[in-house]
Design a protein around this ligand. Structure first.
Ligand SMILES: Nc1ncnc2c1ncn2[C@@H]1O[C@H](COP(=O)(O)OP(=O)(O)O)[C@@H](O)[C@H]1O
Ligand SMILES: [Mg+2]
Length: 266
């Protein structure tokens, strides 16, 4: 399993931008051996700290989100999300290699939790080291655009998309017990009909010290895209109230949560 660090580690991590390094290839091969992934087809997306690669699985497509094992920047931007998360209490982050794997595992855990709660997210299939495998959202081999790349007037049904975003935001908080933490039109895919929440690495569990700060920011960023059809303060307040509800929760025929028998938006 583990490997010892040697003077050669710098070579091991060398090629990060336009090809996949040895460390990542080994992880992909492992996922293929486990039957999680089939043939690897090629790059389909680029994130700030990850590359997205299209691969086959059974009869369909999946994407591999490959986190770059790039040291310094990674630590700066992500350390604060891991600290303060009760799931990682006691973790000794001894080196960069370990941290990138912790991050990948954390994103997989958050994604799985959101998926189980019925939030519309890519289905998670597995992960190994710095490679996360999930459902590909797109048509044929073309990835769905980000909501940020779609103009409001080009949406088929703005109200529908807005309500779906709000429903998913609420399920994330009330059912999954998570705050996404980096929600914005840049982390929502639009498949021509519905929004999909992606990029769950920054999500925190309820109880995290920054829970409310992140929730407020998520609410503000998504509502702004739609021109604030409801007040962000009001929506934030209602979400917090509904999150505190201790009774049962139902879902109605349109997919709205019923908390104490009532929808978030009437
Ligand atoms: N499941 C997916 N299906 C299709 N495209 C995806 C999927 N997940 C991510 N992408 C594409 O890859 C890009 C980067 O993914 P993201 O998870 O947001 O990475 P980062 O953390 O670097 O922002 C996204 O903006 C999107 O275009
Ligand atoms: Mg992103």
């Amino acid at each position: 399993m583990g490997r010892f660090r040697t003077e050669k580690d710098s070579d091991y991590f060398k090629v990060v931008d336009d090809a996949i390094n040895a460390y990542t290839w080994a992880a992909i091969v492992k996922l293929q051996e486990k039957g999680v992934v089939g043939d690897v087809l090629g790059p389909v997306g680029q994130g700030k700290e990850a590359k997205l690669i299209l691969a086959k699985r059974d009869d369909g497509y999946v994407v591999l989100k490959v986190f770059y094992p790039v040291p310094v920047r990674f630590v700066k931007s992500r350390y604060s999300y891991i600290l303060g998360d009760p799931r990682f209490r006691g973790l000794k982050i001894s080196d960069q290699l370990h941290l990138v794997e912790v991050w990948c595992r954390k994103e997989f855990g958050n994604l799985s939790r959101a998926y189980s709660a019925g939030v519309r997210v890519p289905r998670p299939y597995g992960f190994y080291r710095n490679v996360l495998v999930m459902q590909f959202i797109g048509v044929d081999r073309n990835p769905a655009p980000l909501l940020a790349e779609v103009r409001l007037e080009d949406l088929d049904d703005v109200d529908h998309v807005f309500y779906e975003v709000v429903k998913n935001l609420e399920k994330t908080y009330v059912v999954a017990g998570l705050v996404h933490g980096d929600l914005s039109p840049f982390n929502i895919l639009y498949d021509g009909e519905n929004p999909w929440f992606i990029d769950w690495g920054s999500a925190v569990r309820r109880g995290h010290p920054k829970e409310l700060e992140y929730l407020r920011r998520d609410v503000e960023r998504v509502l702004e895209f739609f021109g604030n059809p409801v007040s962000p303060q009001e929506l934030f307040k209602r979400l917090v109230e509904r999150g505190a509800w201790r009774g049962g929760v139902d879902v109605d025929e349109e997919g709205w949560l019923l908390v104490g028998g009532r929808r978030l938006l009437e």
